[in-house]
Design a protein. Structure first.
Length: 297
């Protein structure tokens, strides 16, 4: 009687190791698996791109974290625009928490699946810090999903230092899988997605984002940003997300029929003058329920 072998058996793994993984068919299979698990966007970057770009310090590059890494698979899930517009609110916090749980599951299950296909893989944490106060002492994660996504062709890094994609602007969350599989990389996006409109800089509640004349990517006062997030966390309505909320980029705006513009800059002053301003009544409703504090803007 002939024994059937499924993909996770030792024989299948041995076969997988003998088969060159640098092929489009296997890459498509990975992308299909990631989407089945819930990823909206999937991209692949060979680890050589970190060295070629020279933007990320050597100790934060994939091979410095795990010597077996040959490729990085980046997955993304969206932050739904009408919900992020309500920030700061418990609604946005719940969506943020949901996206984190989903990303953890996608990356873990994808890494496990790849490993049993014969390609050793590890998933990275999607944030990588235990509490916000730690960021006041060391404002870096061990691995940047933002730059991984850039090198995987998902988008470019904008003024706010968020990844901006054509599909969602900066309204998405990211995670990465380091894998021993040698995969062809996705095409990098050559044209900047950020149009340097400076809405994120002007709308930032702490003035933490500062544009530069010599770079699309701005300077960020990380301590000011973190301290603001600590206040919001203690009120039960974090993260902030204003920079992602106001960004005009993204096809999601067309789908939701929500335009960016001056109304974002008018919102706080308008609500201070009239908390019942009809333009923002639905947002005030969401902010008044389910969390502490009396913030309506």
């Amino acid at each position: 009687m002939k024994t059937e072998h499924y993909e996770g058996t030792p024989k299948a793994r041995q076969t997988a190791r003998r088969t060159p993984s640098r092929n489009l068919a296997f890459k498509r299979k990975i992308a299909s698996r990631a989407r089945e698990l819930g990823a909206a966007l999937v991209g692949v970057a060979p680890v050589s791109r970190w060295d070629e770009a020279g933007e990320v310090p050597a100790g934060y590059r994939p091979k410095a974290i795990w010597a077996g890494a040959r490729s990085v698979i980046v997955v993304a899930v969206p932050m739904l625009l009408p919900v992020i517009e309500s920030t700061p609110s418990i609604n946005y916090q719940e969506m943020y928490d949901t996206s984190n749980r989903l990303l953890d599951e996608i990356s873990y299950r994808l890494a496990d699946w790849l490993t049993w296909q014969g390609h050793a893989s590890v998933s990275m944490p999607r944030d990588g810090y235990a509490k916000l106060e730690i960021l006041l002492k060391n404002p870096f994660a061990s691995f940047s999903h933002t730059y991984a996504a850039k090198y995987a062709g998902l988008g470019t890094v904008g003024l706010s230092r968020n990844l901006l994609t054509r599909e969602y602007g900066p309204r998405l969350r990211l995670n990465s899988v380091l894998t021993a599989a040698e995969l062809p990389g996705d095409t990098l996006i050559a044209e900047e997605v950020c149009n340097t409109c400076k809405l994120c800089e002007r709308a930032c509640p702490t003035g933490a984002i500062r544009s530069r004349d010599d770079s699309v990517i701005g300077d960020l006062d990380k301590n000011a940003c973190t301290l603001h997030h600590i206040v919001l966390r203690d009120e039960g309505r974090w993260p902030c997300g204003i920079c992602a909320k106001v960004c005009p980029e993204g096809e999601d705006r067309k789908i939701y029929k929500i335009k960016a513009g001056k109304r974002y800059l008018d919102e706080a002053a308008a609500l201070e003058k009239n908390p019942e301003d009809p333009r923002f009544r639905h947002l005030v409703h969401l902010r008044r329920h389910g969390s502490g504090g009396d913030r309506i803007a």
